[in-house]
Design a binder for this molecule. Structure first.
Ligand SMILES: Cc1cc2nc3c(=O)[nH]c(=O)nc-3n(C[C@H](O)[C@H](O)[C@H](O)COP(=O)(O)OP(=O)(O)OC[C@H]3O[C@@H](n4cnc5c(N)ncnc54)[C@H](O)[C@@H]3O)c2cc1C
Length: 307
């Protein structure tokens, strides 16, 4: 998941804070310079630097800024986390980023629970002067007719963007999406193609109800659905990996990209790494889906900090 080296730093401030649901808050970031920011796909990732514990936000500048950032002590440097561009309005110098709230456990979530208009962060995002900045994984084969999306709340902003992007295709594929969210009230309206089926999977009915473990409702729903790989794809059940390799998600980042270019089926799966691994085992190992038609992305790992 290497970050495009051509990303640039943007100093921005919060223009608006919008509560999308009990567990999801949207920040509209603003800066004149954002007219030079770019988003190259619906799951465009960026990095966000937050103020450190002392409230300082000092991200080094210049050619070697990243080396100098890495050399700063952990307490003084601005914590950096990965987020998704939900919308970019260059002409207004605005970018929307949606944050899933998970209390005070991490600097990003802590910041999001308190941030108000005027508060500042620094974004590391693609710039207009750079041709290929990377940071986009959504890449369905041109002839894909069936798309499967599996996500938790951290990947919901990307899924919302993906669904919107499909409405702009002349002949959108059929889409089935499974989305796990913290609460029943976190189900939001999504705009997508006509042939779209969304299965919402709240971990708890409401804030005071018992909650399922992270990812468990997704795993159970995918197993129960007994999904079938497409019958006629050439690279279906590519057999490239038998037995299926394991990824040590407590040491590595789970980040596998679909490579098939001629498949009629494409899946994009992102969320808590343990859940994504369990779904990978089920779809590829047990149901015979071609690994080459599926992107598996651990957006976060329970108990670990991923920058
Ligand atoms: C490509 C990519 C795009 C992403 N886009 C978004 C996005 O648009 N919106 C979004 O909200 N997140 C997104 N994420 C996930 C986000 O980067 C992580 O959730 C991140 O860990 C949050 O940082 P933090 O400082 O709040 O917590 P950290 O300091 O990273 O973690 C502290 C503790 O909280 C746990 N934790 C982290 N995230 C969660 C969570 N969501 N729920 C419960 N526990 C958690 C960790 O396991 C750890 O134990 C994205 C991740 C990737 C890789």
């Amino acid at each position: 998941m290497a970050q495009g080296i051509s990303f640039r730093l943007f100093d921005v401030s919060v223009r608006e804070r919008i509560e999308l649901s009990p567990s999801m808050v949207r920040f509209v970031f603003a800066a004149d310079a954002l007219d030079q920011a770019r988003s190259f796909g619906p799951d465009q990732r960026i990095k966000i630097f937050f103020p450190n514990a002392a409230g300082e936000l000092a991200v080094p500048r210049g050619e070697d800024w990243y080396a100098r950032y890495r050399n700063q002590s952990e307490v003084s440097r601005a914590p950096m986390r990965t987020y998704t561009v939900r919308a970019l309005r260059c002409e207004q110098g605005e970018m929307d980023v949606d944050f899933a709230a998970h209390g005070d456990a991490g600097p990003a979530s802590r910041w999001a629970s308190r941030a108000r208009p005027g508060d500042r962060v620094v974004l590391l995002a693609p710039h207009a002067d750079e041709a290929d900045s990377g940071g986009v994984e959504w890449n369905p084969p041109r002839d894909a007719r069936e798309v499967l999306l599996i996500a938790d709340e951290t990947a919901l902003p990307a899924v919302a963007g993906i669904l919107e992007s499909l409405t702009r295709l002349p002949r959108p594929p059929k889409v089935r999406a499974y989305i796990e969210v913290p609460l029943g009230a976190d189900v939001i309206e999504l705009v997508g193609p006509d042939d779209m089926q969304i299965v919402w999977l709240p971990r708890a009915a409401h804030a005071f109800a018992e909650s399922a473990d992270y990812g468990q409702r997704l795993i159970d729903a995918i197993r129960a659905a007994r999904l079938q790989p497409p019958a006629n794809d050439d690279d279906n059940d590519d057999g490239a990996e038998r037995p299926l390799s394991e990824v040590d998600i407590d040491r590595e980042i789970l980040w596998e990209q679909a490579a098939a270019t001629a498949s009629s089926f494409y899946a994009w799966i992102a969320g808590e790494a343990g859940a994504v691994m369990a779904i990978r085992r089920h779809l590829v190992g047990e149901r015979g889906f071609a690994k080459s038609a599926i992107s598996f992305m651990g957006y976060w790992r329970k108990g670990r900090v991923l920058e």
